[in-house]
Unconditional design. Structure first.
Length: 319
């Protein structure tokens, strides 16, 4: 199979039929073998009924329905697990991503040998202050932190080799950072393509300003995980040991000075009246806690079980 097109959605009943027809036009024009996987992330409108009807009309249309809204990352994770195509395309369901971009994305994966190609909505139709400026700031921070030189981490239109999506774990709200996850997994040939961004035709956006706040928090998380996720002891153990040593030598110095004054019959004060006593005690306690945090982190990594992150209520056309 040439293509798996994965489309996560939430309350997009007006756009689904039109989006499917547009995709089918592109598939037929290029003679692709394909599957379209809609992931209904807890819609409360008629989205799932429309997906059921589309799947009856076309056996290449498949559907996954969540019991409730679990988030875009979980929807992509479910789609990646089911995808069978040589090339995986992800796109949004709101018609702002153009299926006409698919052939060039496919060519970049198959013929130019990219592991992943991310869309870049260079010209946007969103509000300048509500989305464009925060998005530029967010993308700048993501580039500096991750080392992945993309202009648009948030673009939902992306193409992947099948092996890439089968070897990355998309959890929490990490869908923005799939290129970073791919890089950390060893897939280093990451490309970018300028894609058409269209004005939203139906409904309203499901994302507000909070997505940028969450995005920056996720950026910190992925920075930490990429460097210390598999070796927490390297960070917490090192910091804990350093603080404990500082506290230990501070306490030793206080004890030495008291003994020195006692030996030379010099006036001295109680140890507990010396502020350095409390500084040394605090640093030793914090150092011990950090060391234990790293130790516990190592144990958790070696004993953790993969937990189910979402619940599926229905599936269509999967064998």
């Amino acid at each position: 199979m040439n293509l798996s097109i994965i489309i996560p959605l939430l309350n997009e009943e007006e756009s689904l039929q039109e989006l499917q027809n547009w995709i089918l036009t592109v598939m037929k024009a290029n003679n692709y073998s394909y599957e379209i996987i809609f992931i209904d992330d807890g819609s409360t409108d008629k989205s799932w009924s429309i997906i059921e009807q589309l799947s009856i009309e076309n056996s290449n249309v498949k559907g996954i329905r969540f019991l409730k809204n679990f988030g875009k990352s979980q929807a992509l994770h479910a789609g990646f697990a089911k995808a069978q195509g040589d090339v995986i395309i992800t796109m949004d369901a709101d018609l702002q991503d153009s299926p006409n971009e698919i052939p060039e994305l496919y060519d970049m994966i198959i013929n130019q040998k990219f592991d992943l190609v991310s869309g870049w909505k260079k010209k946007r139709y969103d509000s300048v202050f509500a989305k464009n400026i925060p998005s530029k700031l967010f993308n700048w921070a993501a580039r500096k932190t991750s080392g992945v030189q993309l202009n648009d981490f948030n673009c939902g239109l992306k193409a992947y080799k099948n092996i890439v999506v089968k070897n990355i774990e998309v959890s929490g709200e990490m869908h923005r950072y799939i290129p970073v996850l791919a890089k950390n997994a060893g897939f280093g040939k990451i490309g970018e393509k300028v894609v058409l961004h269209q004005p939203r035709k139906y409904g309203e956006t499901k994302f507000g300003m909070d997505r940028f706040i969450n995005g920056f928090l996720d950026l910190i998380t992925i920075w930490f995980l990429s460097r210390f996720g598999k070796r927490p002891m390297h960070l917490f153990g090192a910091l804990g040991s350093l603080m404990f040593i500082i506290g230990f030598f501070s306490a030793g110095f206080i004890g030495f000075m008291k003994l020195y004054k006692l030996y030379h019959d010099l006036p001295y004060e109680l140890v507990t009246n010396n502020p350095w006593f409390y500084i040394s005690l605090t640093t030793m306690i914090i150092g011990t806690q950090l060391f234990l945090a790293g130790f516990l982190g190592e144990i958790i990594l070696r004993t953790k079980n993969n937990e189910e992150r979402y619940k599926v209520s229905n599936e269509i056309n999967f064998k």
